[in-house]
Write a protein that binds this ligand. Sequence first.
Ligand code: CO
Length: 296
Amino acid sequence: MDKEDLESYLEAGRIGRDVREWSRSLIKPGSSLLELADRIESRIRDSGSGIAFPVNVCLNDITAHYAPKFNDDSVIQKDDVVTVDLGVHVDGFISDTAYTVDLSGKYKELLKVNQEALGEAIELIAPGVSVSEIGATVQKIMTDAGFKPIENLTGHEIKQYSLHAGLSVPNIKVPYDWRIKEGMVLAVEPFATNGVGRVMESQHAEIYSILEEKPVRMREARILLKALSERRKLPFAKRWFAEKINPMRLELVLREMASAGVLKKHPTLRERGGGIVSQFEHTMIVTSDGCEVTTL
Ligand code: CO
């Protein structure tokens, strides 16, 4: 990796870490999810970097891909388990980091085990290591403690302007032998649950990304593509357009663009058994003998 790219990855990592730590004080009963996501996204922008993907704010059994709606009125309750997953980019070089807060105090063990699993996975990351070994380690730590990893969500390789590129880093043992290479950038994100350990898609989506740029007919579709052009294929939230496009038209245009194969929809994911889910995530660059965590 050349020096400039490395610097950008490190800068994105530092900003991601700082915004993550700053955001912790906002997680309290009575906080509105919409305000929380807006404030975190503003903080990322104000730090001179870009938003790599809409801030995900997930409660309890909501596992991933939830971004508040433009008129979201949900408020954090006193017993909620709250996960924040945020992404920063500097010229397309991304950091991705997440944490969970347990306001109830009932899931301390779940969160602790989840953090241990992430720590152990990071310890193992080095060139030549099989991703199945990482997954097996995460799985063992969680199952030994009586919990389960979410088996159908994985960590992922990152490339410039590409959030999910190439290698997956599973949270369970897998029957393939993909290996980690020096210079790879990885986001490692074990999810722990007291449920069944799988997520399912809900009907609802707040997050989309561009799949393939094709000519589009509707005027609003052109507005949307123009506004997104500098993000390339990085995901966006429906709510980002609620002021530019009438919400009913927006629904229509997103549906049309998705069915034309221009957009990919990222539906909200829930734990299949209704279990409580936690998530911890860091981004790292694989070095010759280990890795450097950019978001620490
Ligand atoms: Co993430």
